[in-house]
Design a protein around this ligand. Structure first.
Ligand code: AMP
Length: 376
């Protein structure tokens, strides 16, 4: 039995974006102290943490000192180098473990793991050379999507390949780096499920969340998803088995394609809270961030009960193009909660905040959230 890490203890967060910020807010509400480390300063997490350390992840002395000053280390950014995680683990438990990070850091490895372990995954082929690419096109067919194996998120490092003849040019344009070629899935909808597994072995799942993307970036999420109950049960079975198999300690988001044939295919894993789960802050008894905290601190799980149907819309930097958005106009609408991440530079495509709307139904919540964003 793992001993609980109780309120008053200090949590170390590697990475300093909005996920770390919302995690830190949940942790501080429960009386924990939070330290964060990343190469930047005045960060979304640093602004609400007790201590902000500015150092590159490759600075192992800084990582060592950081880990020695906290009771448990977690992360909000899965591309933390393995060396940093190893050094941190010599001084404090790292949850989730380096093993989970290693699998999910690289697309080809993640997909290979899922396929080997018998989880349903989008058909894919691993591409390292031009020859691999030819074989991949022959086995996967077109249309397909070519994705870089490392450091891709929000559609960065992705190209659609509509004709076999275009594949090589797409790959070359992406730098000819290690990639995966995936079949393009004609999905009915995209859904995600957040699972958490505690250091003491419990597992909890939220329900399915339904997502839409714009330019490959998450645009809207609604909860509960508008899917049949058996789809939800199947997804829960998959994510529970995966959390167990990975020996996960923490939160994990599994993104699925729900195909027109009713099949669930895993697109991607994120070994942390996820953008699609932000609405759990306002809509559920226990948010995905508090659940991550409870998991890594060996506390009992919180209730994932949904209090009210909810919808979330992301606020990207594009909204700032003409002028500062009209925050007061959005705040005027009842049932709307505004979340901003404290980022100074509103670049196009940059996630600056989100709006969650609560209403009597999923459809009404989505309509309200969209109305609030339009009012900005
Ligand atoms: P990813 O970064 O892999 O999560 O991709 C971002 C978004 O691109 C997904 O949420 C989908 O909307 C779209 N996408 C990615 N891969 C595929 C695929 N194999 N088939 C269809 N759409 C895809």
């Amino acid at each position: 039995m793992k001993a609980p890490i109780l309120p008053g203890a200090t949590i170390g967060v590697l990475g300093s974006g909005q996920l770390g910020r919302m995690f830190a807010m949940a942790a501080r509400r429960m009386g924990y102290r939070v330290h964060t480390l990343s190469p930047d300063d005045d960060t979304p997490t640093g602004q609400v943490a007790d201590v902000e350390v500015t150092a590159p992840y490759e600075d192992l002395d800084a990582i060592r000192a950081f880990a020695a000053a906290v009771d448990v280390v977690t992360f909000e950014f899965e591309n933390v180098p393995a060396g940093a995680v190893e050094v941190a683990a010599q001084h404090a438990p790292v949850r989730p473990s380096g093993h989970v990070l290693h699998i999910t850091q690289q697309r080809a490895r993640e997909k290979g793991y899922l396929a080997d372990e018998g989880f349903p995954v989008t058909p894919f082929a691993h591409v390292r050379t031009a020859d691999d690419l030819r074989v991949a096109i022959a086995t996967i067919g077109t249309p397909a999507v070519l994705k870089t194996a490392s450091f891709g998120y929000d559609g960065k490092g992705q190209r659609r390949v509509d004709r076999a003849a275009d594949a090589e040019a797409a790959w070359t344009a992406m730098g000819g780096v290690e990639s995966v070629l995936e079949r393009f899935i004609a999905f009915d909808r995209e859904v995600s499920m957040i699972v958490a597994r505690g250091a003491t072995g419990w597992i909890t799942t939220y329900g399915l969340i339904e997502n839409t993307h714009e330019r490959h970036i998450l645009d809207t999420s609604v909860y509960p998803a508008r899917v049949e109950e058996h789809v939800e049960r199947r997804a829960a079975g998959i994510v529970r088995a995966l959390a167990e198999r990975l020996d996960l300690v923490g939160a994990l988001c599994v993104e699925f394609f729900l195909t027109v044939d009713g099949e669930l295919l895993i697109n991607e894993l994120a070994p942390r809270p996820h953008n699609s789960g932000h609405l759990t802050i306002d809509a559920c008894v226990c948010s995905q961030f508090e659940q991550q905290l409870r998991a890594i601190c060996a506390l009992p799980p919180g209730s994932t009960e949904l209090l009210r149907p909810a919808a979330m819309v992301n606020l990207l930097g594009d909204l700032w193009a003409a002028r500062e958005p009209d925050w007061a106009a959005a705040c005027l609408l009842p049932g709307v909660k505004l979340h901003l991440y404290g980022k100074a530079q509103p670049r196009p495509g940059r996630k600056m905040g989100h709006i969650t709307a609560l209403a009597g139904s999923t459809d009404a919540a989505l309509e309200l959230a969209r109305r609030a964003r339009a009012a900005l």
